[in-house]
Ligand binder design. Structure first.
Ligand SMILES: NC(=O)c1ccc[n+]([C@@H]2O[C@H](COP(=O)([O-])OP(=O)(O)OC[C@H]3O[C@@H](n4cnc5c(N)ncnc54)[C@H](O)[C@@H]3O)[C@@H](O)[C@H]2O)c1
Length: 333
């Protein structure tokens, strides 16, 4: 397939307009059109790239011969838009979270399967170069046995997010990343949630999760913090990795007590501060890497790097966290 792939974006708000920019920059993709119920927003973005603007995405799907579409409307609308686009035989790239419920996420997967189109899900942090390097280091055994993953994703409340709470909107990033890095599945979880500012949904989550390999995950996620922090740390026998998602920095704080020669059972004789290593990370815009990867999956007719099942899994775990928070109960999966 050497022809240009014809792309469109549905929903050109704060995320979708970046998809439009990246598609317009890609050499093997042609941005054809954008759609947004906010017609002024659609026209504004369309004019930047010299493409057509639609207020009704259905009209766009009827009129334009498309190969792929990004769906970046509010989360609760992902399902209806995805079903419609799939029915037009267009490959779907759906922003994360895949949907606002497990039922909707499954319906999107079913629609893509029935139409024979690819479904990619925008778990963008999986394309963060610092996370990719961390995954290489963990899989190479650089940390030894892993004990705990700790994610802090906090910042001010974005008033545009009306349809879901912070668990669906932000914790889905970390749930996906944690299962990926731990190489394990969540077996139980517990959440305390609070609603302080959001009219309907929780805006604070303190969560604890347990993986099937014994690793513990801690989630500190909220929309109540005046400054934006996106950090992950991973501790294990040999020390602690620390990622700053925003600056794409990766550090290893070594445990100087750890020695190669000790039996693993007695390896953790103590913990003391050793060297700090800052990895040299080649920065790349995660959205660009993500969309390039999706386009490659279409061209090579292979499964997208992050497909519907992973998107559904994050939504399922988010739903369980919300339930746990409402009931103040541990949920065993
Ligand atoms: N991957 C990430 O890190 C990331 C970051 C931000 C947002 N997102 C996701 O992207 C999606 C959009 O979020 P956002 O922050 O850009 O929201 P936003 O409110 O800024 O943009 C949504 C846009 O969709 C438009 N819209 C609403 N209903 C529509 C319809 N029926 N047809 C066409 N357009 C419609 C709105 O007018 C708006 O312009 C959400 O699912 C969100 O979770 C992902």
């Amino acid at each position: 397939m050497s022809k240009l792939l014809r792309a469109a974006v549905i929903g050109v708000g704060s995320m979708g307009r970046n998809h439009a920019r990246v598609y317009a920059e890609m050499e093997d993709v042609q941005l054809i059109a954008v759609a947004d119920v906010d017609q002024a927003a659609a026209v504004r973005v369309a004019n930047i790239y010299g493409v057509r603007a639609y207020a009704d995405y259905r009209m766009m799907l009827e009129a334009e011969p498309l190969d792929l579409v990004t769906i970046a409307v509010p989360t609760r609308l992902h399902r209806e838009v995805a079903e419609e686009a799939a029915a037009h035989g267009v490959h779907l790239f759906v922003e994360k979270p895949l949907a606002g419920s497990v039922e909707d996420a499954q319906a999107i997967i079913d629609a893509a399967r029935a139409a024979g189109v690819k479904l990619g899900v925008g778990h963008i942090e999986r394309f963060n170069p610092a996370i990719l390097q961390l995954k290489v280091e963990l899989d190479a055994g650089r940390l030894g046995r892993m004990f705990q993953l700790h994610a802090r994703r906090v910042g001010p409340f974005p008033p545009r997010v009306e349809d879901v709470g912070v668990v669906f909107d932000l914790a889905t990033h970390e749930l996906n990343i944690m299962e990926y890095l731990a190489n394990a599945r969540v077996v139980s979880l517990y959440a305390e949630t609070e609603r302080e500012i959001h009219e309907q949904h929780e805006d604070l989550l303190s969560g604890v999760i347990k993986f099937d390999n014994g690793v513990v995950g801690v989630l500190d996620i909220n929309w109540l913090t005046p400054t934006k922090i996106r950090e992950l740390s991973v501790i294990g026998e040999r020390g602690m990795f620390r990622v700053n998602y925003l600056t794409q920095e990766l550090y290893l704080h070594e445990n100087s007590f750890f020695s190669e020669n000790w039996e693993s059972a007695v390896a953790l004789m103590g913990v003391s501060e050793g060297r700090t290593i800052k990895y040299e990370i080649k920065r790349k815009e995660p959205l660009k890497a993500e969309l390039e990867s999706f386009v490659e999956a279409i061209r090579q007719d292979k499964p997208p790097a992050i497909g519907g099942e992973e998107g559904l899994r994050a939504v399922f775990l988010a739903q369980k966290l919300v339930e746990s928070g409402l009931r103040h109960e541990v949920v065993h999966l």
